[in-house]
Design a protein around this ligand. Structure first.
Ligand SMILES: NC(=O)c1ccc[n+]([C@@H]2O[C@H](COP(=O)([O-])OP(=O)(O)OC[C@H]3O[C@@H](n4cnc5c(N)ncnc54)[C@H](OP(=O)(O)O)[C@@H]3O)[C@@H](O)[C@H]2O)c1
Length: 281
């Protein structure tokens, strides 16, 4: 049975299951972060761009838990890639002394300069690990060629319909661990009601979401499912009391549609490059 932990390439231990905080604001996200940390999650994922780091930070405090008992992760927004104060400002917004993992949100703008800022903060002890998100293989290779520290984590769209196959072999070879965004396909009804997943949910007396989360765990992925519902948040963490067989994992592998839900285009990359964080306005 898995422990639900990943040892990153610098020796830091990262919980596999995290709570994603996109599109949640104010008291809602403060309460949900505190609730998640008290109901089976030890990792919280946010981003400069989500516009909720202050409220996420309040949720961490509201949990009543000591700082070292959870793993805090955030993403540097692309409009801040050449802002030398951006990491210190993030620490202030979250009201913490250190961040467990900081990643570059998108492969746009001056991401080499930004990655070097992460490296500097890592060496200063402000970040325990550094990584990237949404980088195609050739841009990860640029980071490897031009920077010093191999990214510990790459966050990418990943679920049974698209198991991140474009980057997985490369990242596996380089020791970069994958962490899934849209781990539930953004709640896609076809995925959540897929007959193969439904059959396994019935067999194990689990929800289809729990089966999908269990698949991520056994694939060795990190994942940050989101939810606005206390009931879902709590249920989604109950995945460490059953295991899919090798045959069942192989059956889920047949669901691969080789297509992400989210398609990167020139236009979407431009939007990622220019959209400011709410605190920049
Ligand atoms: N790096 C990036 O570029 C990037 C991009 C997108 C997202 N992310 C990260 O990934 C996280 C997750 O993304 P996401 O929330 O969009 O997608 P997701 O986790 O794949 O799916 C969330 C959806 O699933 C539903 N859901 C959750 N548990 C459920 C359950 N037990 N039963 C039925 N439905 C359930 C939620 O609805 P309810 O609210 O009703 O539970 C919500 O609609 C984000 O919070 C963010 O941290 C990163």
């Amino acid at each position: 049975m898995t422990t639900g932990k990943i040892i990153l390439n610098n020796g830091v231990e990262m919980p596999q299951l995290g709570f994603g905080t996109i599109n949640q604001f104010g008291e809602q996200i403060t309460d949900n972060v505190a609730f998640a940390l008290n109901h089976g999650y030890q990792l919280i994922d946010t981003a400069n761009r989500y516009g909720n780091e202050v409220e996420v930070g309040k949720g961490l405090k509201k949990s009543g838990l000591p700082r070292e008992s959870y793993f805090l992760e955030t993403k540097l927004g692309p409009t801040l890639y050449e802002n030398d104060n951006a990491i210190d400002d993030t620490l202030k917004r979250l009201d913490v002394d250190y961040i467990d993992l900081m990643i570059l949100h998108h492969p746009v703008n001056n991401y080499i300069y930004a990655y070097k800022m992460l490296e500097k903060a890592y060496k200063e002890g402000k970040l325990r690990a550094i990584g990237i998100s949404n980088f195609p293989v050739e841009k990860i290779q640029e980071i490897l060629d031009q920077c010093e520290i191999v990214p510990a984590v790459m966050q990418v769209e990943c679920h049974p319909y698209y198991p991140a196959e474009k980057v997985k072999p490369f990242c596996d070879e380089k020791g970069i661990r994958l962490q899934a965004w849209f781990p539930l396909g953004h709640g896609n009804a076809n995925l959540l009601n897929d007959p193969v997943i439904v059959k396994l949910a019935e067999k194990y007396n689990k929800s289809t979401v729990q089966v999908i989360i269990r698949w991520h765990i056994q694939m060795g992925f990190g994942l940050v499912p989101g939810s606005k519902s206390y009931a879902h948040i709590e249920d989604n963490a109950k995945v460490f009391d059953f295991a899919l067989t090798e045959e069942e994992m192989a059956e889920i592998a047949t669901l691969n549609k080789h297509e992400p839900f989210y398609h990167v285009t020139e236009e979407s990359l431009h939007r990622m490059a220019v959209t400011k964080c709410n605190f920049e306005e």
